[in-house]
Design a protein around this ligand. Sequence first.
Ligand code: ZN
Length: 467
Amino acid sequence: MSLKEDNFSDWYLDIVEKAGLSDKRYPIKGMNVWTPYGWKIMRQIDGYIREEFDATDHDEVCFPLLIPETEFAKEKDHIKGFDSEVYWVTHAGLDELDVRLVVRPTSETAMYPMFSLWVRSHQDLPLKTYQIVNTFRYETKQTRPFIRVREIHFFESHTCHVSEEDAQCQIEEDIQILERIAKKICLPYTLLIRTEWDKFPGAHYTVGIDTSMPNGRTLQMGSIHHYRTNFSVPYNITYEDENGEHQYVHQTTFGMSERLVGALIGVHGDDQGLVMPPGIAPFQVVIIPILKKDNEATVMGACKGIAEILSKHGIRTKLDDRDDRPGSKFFDWEIKGVPLRLEIGGRDIENEVVSFSRRDTGEKGTIAVANLVDGINLLLDDISENMLARANEVQKSRIQDVESMDALPEDKILRLGWCGCEECGHKFEDSTGFKILGTPYHPEKYSGKCIVCGKPVDRPAYAAHTM
Ligand code: ZN
């Protein structure tokens, strides 16, 4: 296996292949096959996202994949932003279609014609929906599993509100949801308001959700958008207010994709393979029987019993009863990043303990069978905390304050002064090759000068090379 420090790209591809996450040999570039273990991970993440959205009164919907060109073209900036990267359906059977169909790159233009029928009065608001679907973008850059693909597994929430303020409250709720999702996956992130030239096509403003990868580049894991009435006007989504007047709704969206899988590989993985956060690990515990000729039945029976107890208590457990050497089983589950490995042999049974080994630290020890469930839960919580703390530490160490455009550290996230004007922004990006990620959504104390024009500024901007 390649080493993480030496060559991030090779290391990443090695993990994807050896942990059985996806198969890139499908005969369309950038459309990969989710293989069983990768899909199990995605389903864990999807499951948690459903839990979160359901608990915050969002309703799950599922819209058609195809969008008529006539609907797609209604919001001018939106079509301009997506024009070059959409797939078209031009034929049905032997007939050429009168109205071409877009394969959704995102679902605004599929949903909003329907929202205009669904929303009638202020009593229909807020309308809070989400869906988990695949979207399609014609990626021309080099593709990479989970990070840059042409068919993207994606969740998106779409909401409508009576006012700009209500929509703003929704964004605050989205950020709380994001915080819980990120904690579950032990991922550090930054919330940055994107520049005007980099915001989502059609948005009033966009908050980018970025994390940093081991090669020093940042990965955008998702985004949150405030649309104001930019879509409700062209799509005519209105409600009758208490005075009987028609008003346009204010809208928001929040979306994240399979890039979360890419992020967790990059942030947590090591030279032995994946390291899965317990919160979304398909298997939190793997049990390996240590068999001898004279105790096979006893040990296997004990392992089954323990697997049953753990499963009954909601701990996702795998008993590896394959006819193979323990050493080669250890190796397999290490690559797959299972947080906790239990080994049970004759001596463990005699002593009424199980032996454990942590994937995150390599620490080994024993847990008394009498205290099994609590002991395992404590360890899993500790693994989560340790993984998040470690990842936060690394992310923090990658941020560097800079005051001049000379000799910028190429593998860092830069914190700098930027006056906010487009001219200075473009000048900085063009002359350094860094991309301005934006300014903090949550204000940060700062005092400095625009790195280009020297004007005093009291909030920082962040810039980085991006994946
Ligand atoms: Zn400036």
